[in-house]
Design a protein around this ligand. Structure first.
Ligand code: IDP
Length: 141
């Protein structure tokens, strides 16, 4: 399988719970490397731009309001099949449906406050990484 990069966001609920390190450990233990990272407070415009694909969805405003409710930890993960591997580690969007042992099953409260974001395909990963990290700030090794 090819080495890939994916964008991961530890959302405001998980940052507030002080579990950034516990979540990153899941990635590292699965063989993914953090190659770029930033703790940041998104502006409304940044969050709306990031989730633009969802702008017609009924939950769009709630999603954006939640994503700017506190700092988020934005990172690029790199490794074999990183996109799918990260999605597997995250679990289903709704934590009630997420498999035991996944990040959302263990750390998320609800479908709105669901602890993590992860790119869902190579095309979205490329767009999402570029949205947050200029190439010069990515440290592959
Ligand atoms: P994903 O994060 O698992 O890829 P998406 O369908 O891309 O899920 O949705 C993006 C985010 O929008 C979800 O992580 C979740 O926070 C929120 N979301 C999705 N569906 C709903 C919903 O039905 N109600 C409220 N929030 C939702």
């Amino acid at each position: 399988m090819a080495i890939e990069r994916t964008l991961s966001i530890i959302k405001p609920d998980a940052v507030a719970k002080n579990v950034i390190g516990k979540i990153i450990t899941r990635f590292e233990d699965a063989g993914l490397k953090v190659v770029a990272a930033r703790l940041t407070q998104l502006s409304r415009a940044e969050a709306e731009g990031f989730y633009a694909v969802h702008k017609e969805r009924p939950f769009f405003n709630d999603l954006v309001t939640f994503m700017i409710s506190g700092p988020v930890f934005v990172q690029v993960l790199e490794g074999e099949g990183a996109i799918l591997k990260n999605r597997d580690l995250m679990g289903a969007t709704d934590p009630k449906k997420a498999a035991p042992g996944t990040i959302r099953a263990d750390f998320a409260e609800s479908i709105d406050a669901n602890a993590v974001h992860g790119s869902d395909a190579p095309e979205t990963a490329a767009v999402e990484i570029a949205y947050f990290f200029p190439a010069l700030n990515v440290y592959s090794r």
